[in-house]
Design a protein around this ligand. Structure first.
Ligand code: ZN
Length: 591
């Protein structure tokens, strides 16, 4: 979180004022030697803290005098305005790392406690996000961290860790959990690359730091792209790539990839063929799994790390984004004793999350539920989860054949990719099991075509399938920088999106929103995503049409007549309700 700082230019007068305050607070007059080592552009206080010359409390007091803001000790939480804390979004508090302290008597201002009142960028952003004038007070980072953890335990894993004073703990707090093939791993490690297994090595620290950034920024993937000048690091957040400007110099590029290979038990000597692997890290007492893909490119190997963060789960069906009528249809069908439910959509459209949420909803102790997944993305209670491992011969089809013999009531199949899996799944659904699965296809009609191409007889899947749900994810407008579009803007938007005229949309009562971008949302204007759906139930009428080989467009029309709400209409409701934008709708649903 960069920002303008005072003092700006490190003019000697300001520096001497600064060091005078430092000496007053610490009572130390022998800091001259430490001060000389301070690199230009680094904040003096932070430098002293890192050199272990001063404590967190002393730094807070120094800042208090330097910026003339009150110093507040958070040791006694009864001082806090609990009601005010409750009113503020905990995500905002964790993200900006502050404590709301007091509302001003005028009603238009608020005092917030930060650890670095010199970071004007953060204060500006807070002013916008909270919509009132901000007065800063300062407390030690240690105390702010402890208090936020106490107030919001769910964020304890995501907080910067200040517990060990002055050390680079944040990166060292990552521990690699060794896989079963440790011997192999060690032998790879012995092929000449040194300094890639020691936690103190700069390359190890760099990779750990990038992974930690990925997790705190809610990224789904971390991309390391090899170019001539070096490696670019990008994060996929809410489905869109973001350059985080943590560029890796060319001299370190191959070392970074080697480190990732070592973490995931891959062969570091192999640089000319693609490799896939996985690893697990313990990050601040939380296990996070990662899937790795390495691809040789002209300027070296590129790597992509997918983050499979179990803690990211936990929403309910209502929060998934289903409209009320669709939600009712959906819930009715997942409670049926047998049949097949398919969720269709492209990669990364949230299909699996929707199925997990459905499974959680219908999970009862009297039912046996088994899943087969590649990989197991989230661990669920009281459900047997089977991972696919193609290298070891454990395919979807093979696993599924055994699962059916395990006397299950409900089966979740991560994805139907091949004919064999499709055929076993359809059979299971026809023999008294509820089968939940996903398929890589655009919509319900497309799904029927795919199953037919896989060689499944239409009379089989027509009787097996009870519901096909098509899904996409749209980005939600950031709550902290959102604003209503004014009339001129709505008119301009309507002009740009001519199809808007198809909707019964009244420009004068428009409640379209936009996010202008802020620190909270990495200046994208979006934060988080929400699902948009098209729920097609297999009525007897539609089953008959499929059996009679009626063209798919007519099947679609019939479904609409029976009350199916088209994906784009559902998406447009999200625009009209101010959840997302028209451009986002276009990006995701495409005309
Ligand atoms: Zn924002």
């Amino acid at each position: 979180m960069g920002g303008d700082r005072i003092p700006p230019g490190w003019k000697s007068m300001e520096l001497s004022l600064y060091s005078e305050i430092v000496m007053q607070v610490t009572g130390k007059s022998d800091l001259g030697e430490v001060l000389e080592q301070k690199p230009p552009g680094v904040d003096l206080g932070e430098f002293l803290l890192r050199s272990k010359a001063i404590s967190h409390e002393e730094l807070a007091e120094i800042y208090s005098r330097l910026y003339k803001v009150p110093y507040i000790s958070l040791k006694d939480p009864s001082e806090l305005d609990a009601e005010l804390v409750r009113q503020i979004d905990p995500v905002l508090i964790q993200r900006f790392f502050f404590i709301p302290f007091r509302r001003g008597a005028d009603g238009f201002s608020m005092t917030v406690i930060v650890h670095d009142p010199g970071n004007l960028g953060v204060l500006d952003e807070l002013e916008r996000a909270l919509g009132c004038r901000i007065n800063a007070a300062v407390a030690s980072a240690l105390e702010i961290s402890a208090l936020i953890t106490e107030l919001f335990p769910e964020y304890s894993g995501l907080m910067p860790d200040y517990s060990d004073e002055g050390s680079d703990q944040s990166e060292e707090d990552i521990q690699l959990l060794k896989g079963e093939s440790e011997d192999e791993r060690l032998s790879h490690g012995a092929t000449g690359e040194e300094g890639l297994t020691e936690s103190s090595s700069p390359v190890v620290k760099l990779v750990n730091r990038v992974i930690l950034t990925g997790i705190t920024e809610r990224a789904s993937d971390i991309h390391f792209e090899a170019y001539e000048a070096g490696t670019k690091v990008k994060l996929r957040i809410d489905g869109v790539l973001l350059d985080i400007r943590e560029d890796i110099p060319r001299s370190l590029s191959s070392m970074v990839v080697s480190r990732i290979k070592i973490m995931s038990d891959l062969n570091i000597a192999e640089r000319h063929l693609p490799q896939d692997g996985r690893f697990k890290l313990r990050i601040r007492n939380r296990d996070v799994a990662f899937r790795i893909s390495i691809l040789p490119s002209i300027f070296g190997e590129s790597a992509v790390i997918r983050i499979l963060d179990k803690q990211a789960m936990g929403f309910s069906l209502n929060e998934v984004g289903l409209s009320v009528p669709d939600l009712m249809r959906f819930e009715e069908n997942i409670r049926k004793p047998y049949g097949m439910i398919l969720v269709a959509g492209p990669t990364g459209s949230g299909k699996t999350s929707t199925l997990y949420t459905a499974l959680k909803k219908i999970n009862r102790p009297e039912d046996k539920i088994i899943t087969i997944e590649d990989p197991v993305e989230y661990q669920l209670n009281d459900i047997v989860q089977v991972p696919v491992d193609v290298k070891k011969g454990m395919t979807f089809a093979r696993g599924l054949r055994s699962i059916v013999r395990q006397d299950p009531d409900k089966i979740l199949i991560g994805e139907i990719r091949d004919e064999e899996t499709a055929s076993i799944a359809v059979n299971a659904a026809l023999t008294g099991h509820l089968v939940l699965t996903t398929i890589h296809s655009n919509n319900a009609v497309d799904t029927l075509g795919r199953l037919m191409n896989m060689g499944i007889e239409k009379y089989l899947f027509a009787s097996a399938i009870i519901m096909i749900v098509s899904q996409r994810l749209v980005r939600k407008i950031c709550k902290h920088c959102q604003r209503l579009l004014d009339r001129t803007e709505v008119v301009a938007v309507a002009k740009r999106h001519r199809w808007l005229s198809r909707y019964d949309y009244d420009i004068d009562s428009a409640r379209m929103m936009i996010g202008d971008g802020c620190l909270f949302c990495n200046h994208t204007g979006f934060y988080g995503r929400i699902g948009v759906f098209e729920v097609m139930e297999m009525s007897d009428n539609i089953k008959n049409m499929i059996l009679r080989d009626v063209p798919s467009t007519e099947v679609y029309e019939a479904a609409l007549k029976e009350g199916m709400i088209p994906l784009r209409d559902n998406c447009f409701s999200k625009v009209a309700e101010g959840f997302t934008t028209l451009s986002e709708m276009d990006r995701v649903t495409r005309l």
